[in-house]
Design a protein around this ligand. Structure first.
Ligand code: DAT
Ligand code: MG
Length: 153
């Protein structure tokens, strides 16, 4: 049986401003993934540089930096079997215009610079990214009583 893994999900400033937090959280809950940490926060320049370190220097980085620091975000730690991959599939392609219908980015967005949601792209980056947003004691390994109706483990 696959072990549950955790991934970092951010609902970006556009999602918060547009009142889409609930819609996205509903999808995550309905899928059977479990939220084990949640925090509304303002990303500052330093955190943005650390989070998007792979993109510093790219042409779109100044716009990305301005966007991600423009308004609060909702950070979540999401847990479940293959949580990283499942969330990436639910999110869809980076550019909402190219994302498959039915994915969060396609259903809720239009532009690559306003693509609603971030999700870690590998279990390794999930570990690194979760540590940027959450202290260990802010992640709660709670027991969900519906578990046997969602997984076979
Ligand atoms: P993802 O968020 O799907 O992991 P990424 O890591 O390649 O995509 O890029 C991080 C964010 O940067 C992405 O969500 C939106 C922005 N971005 C990426 N490529 C871009 C581009 N060509 N033009 C504008 N923004 C871009
Ligand atoms: Mg990425």
């Amino acid at each position: 049986m696959p072990q549950p893994t955790r991934t970092l999900i951010l609902l970006k400033p556009d999602a918060v401003q547009r009142g889409l937090m609930g819609a996205v959280i509903s999808r995550i809950e309905a899928r059977g993934l479990k939220i084990v940490g949640m925090k509304l926060l303002q990303v500052d320049d330093a955190l943005a540089h650390r989070h998007y370190s792979a993109h510093v220097g790219k042409p779109f980085f100044p716009g990305l930096l301005k966007f991600i620091t423009s308004s609060p975000i909702l950070a979540m730690a999401v847990q479940g079997e293959n949580a990283v991959e499942v969330m990436r599939q639910m999110m869809g392609a980076t550019d909402p215009a190219k994302a498959a219908t039915g994915t969060i980015r396609a259903d809720l967005g239009l532009a690559i610079g306003r693509n609603v949601i971030h999700g870690s792209d590998s279990p390794e980056s999930a570990q690194t990214e979760l540590a940027l947003y959450f202290k260990p004691n802010e992640l709660i390994d709670w027991r969900r009583d519906t578990e046997p109706w969602i997984t076979e483990s």
